[in-house]
Design a protein around this ligand. Structure first.
Ligand code: NDP
Ligand code: MG
Length: 396
């Protein structure tokens, strides 16, 4: 079998590293064609030594020159590029079969959209792409015959529990509800009065999953679940009212689909992203992912609760942004990226994240999501406003 050429956007991140682990286990099926990172030169160089990709990408020319020199010295033929144009090119080159979209945040939108427009097999972890530009992105997928496979564990679970022809319409398939599970993060039971004092280290210590810092903070505020509601709306063309968030602290059921006949189909597994990554990579086949078998006897019990949208304002804000439509989700996403970065740098208290997101969403009118320029314009404006609010210490 000729191995599939994979471009990994965000190769040095949590999802990128897990993706490379699956590639490592199946060298006959997959070849790391391009490895793209932002600033972690040492880590990307180590990956280049092991996987010998045709291309590697970093943020700017200085970092790329440094990596290129090291690659030459090591006798590698890897070509090193830099910047957004390189990401877009390496997501759409004809030799590329598959693109793993695992950049964090809005920076992933352009290359992932380019992969869809080039008709690639797109494995989507970078949920912000669908949050910012769901309509535009899904249109590109359909218009250019791309194959879109969700990597986010919940959406991957839903994809596994839906019939293969779900794109003819969820209601036509007898689907009544999507049950989107959420662990509730590290502060599910923390008294509200203690939340103001939360540190970045506490917020990043997720009870079940090991992830990048941004998504870990999003899990702690439940903004992550809000972004995932929006992600599900676009991936499965689901009305927001069909998407029910279910707090399930054990993170064993990764999500489920409820059908008209009373059946609920769920996907279960250990909290290890290599399972959804391997599923998306091999679909419609299944391959080994190095993941420990699920031991139901050890788990013993599964609990479920309704989400508390007062405690977790960010979850409600996502439903509000979906209802407002147009660029409102892009505005919320941009405000949240600024808020999370400020929190991680100690410039905003934990509860300030939701307050800032709410203020920016309320202040900026949503426009139509007509083009990439509309989306990027709304994103830039929301970032400017959020940054000014942080600098003005309005939420300290
Ligand atoms: P990480 O922070 O661990 O990794 C992010 C990756 O993106 C790194 O390779 C980083 O490069 C790169 N990157 C960051 N900024 C830029 C930029 N401006 N331009 C180009 N590349 C950039 O994130 P995760 O792996 O945790 O998450 C990636 C995506 O997957 C997110 O959208 C997240 O929501 C989603 N996701 C993650 C899950 C998880 O378990 N981690 C689960 C489900 C979804 P460098 O290292 O050089 O800075
Ligand atoms: Mg998820």
């Amino acid at each position: 079998m000729t191995p599939q050429n994979i471009t990994v956007l965000g190769a040095t991140g949590s999802i990128g590293v897990s993706t490379l682990d699956v590639i490592r286990r199946h060298p006959d099926r997959y070849k790391a064609f391009a490895l793209c990172a932002h600033s972690q030169v040492d880590k990307l160089f180590a990956q280049c030594l092991e996987f010998q990709p045709r291309f590697a990408v970093l943020r700017d020319a200085a970092l790329a020159d440094d990596l290129a020199a090291r690659c030459r010295q090591a006798g590698l033929t890897t070509e090193v590029r830099h910047g957004m144009a390189a990401l877009v090119e390496l997501a759409s080159l004809p030799e590329v079969d598959t693109v793993m979209a695992a950049i964090v945040g809005a920076a992933g939108l352009e290359p992932t959209l380019a992969a869809a427009r080039a008709g690639k097999r797109v494995l989507l972890a970078n949920k912000e792409v669908l949050v910012m530009a769901g309509e535009l992105f899904m249109h590109a997928v359909r218009a250019h015959g791309a194959t879109l496979l969700p990597v986010d564990s919940e959406h991957n679970a839903i994809f596994q529990a839906l019939p293969a022809d779900f794109s003819r319409g969820l209601s036509a398939c007898g689907v009544e509800r999507i049950l989107l599970t959420a662990s509730g993060g590290p502060f599910r039971d923390t008294p509200l009065t203690d939340l103001q004092q939360v540190t970045p280290e506490q917020a990043c210590a997720h009870p079940n999953w090991v992830m990048g810092r941004k998504i870990s903070v999003d899990s702690a505020t439940m903004m992550n679940k809000g972004l995932e509601v929006i992600e599900a709306r676009w991936l499965f063309d689901a009305a927001p009212a069909m998407i029910q968030v279910v707090v399930h602290p054990q993170s064993v059921i990764h999500s489920a689909v409820q059908y008209a006949d009373g059946s609920v189909l769920a996907q279960l597994g250990n909290p290890d992203m290599r399972t959804p990554i391997a599923y998306a990579m091999a679909w419609p086949e299944r391959i080994a992912a190095g993941v420990e078998a699920l031991d139901l006897f050890r788990i013993g019990r599964l609990d479920f609760f309704a989400p508390d949208c007062e405690r977790f304002r960010c979850l409600q804000l996502a439903y509000d942004a979906l209802a407002a439509g147009g660029t409102a989700p892009a505005i919320l996403n941009a405000a949240n990226e600024v808020a999370v970065a400020a929190f991680l740098e100690g410039r905003l208290p934990f509860l300030g994240i939701a307050r800032l997101n709410e203020a920016v969403l309320a202040a900026l009118p949503a426009g139509p999501e007509g083009s990439l320029a509309d989306v990027l314009g709304a994103d830039a404006e929301a970032r400017r406003m959020a940054a000014a609010m942080v600098a003005g210490a309005r939420f300290a």
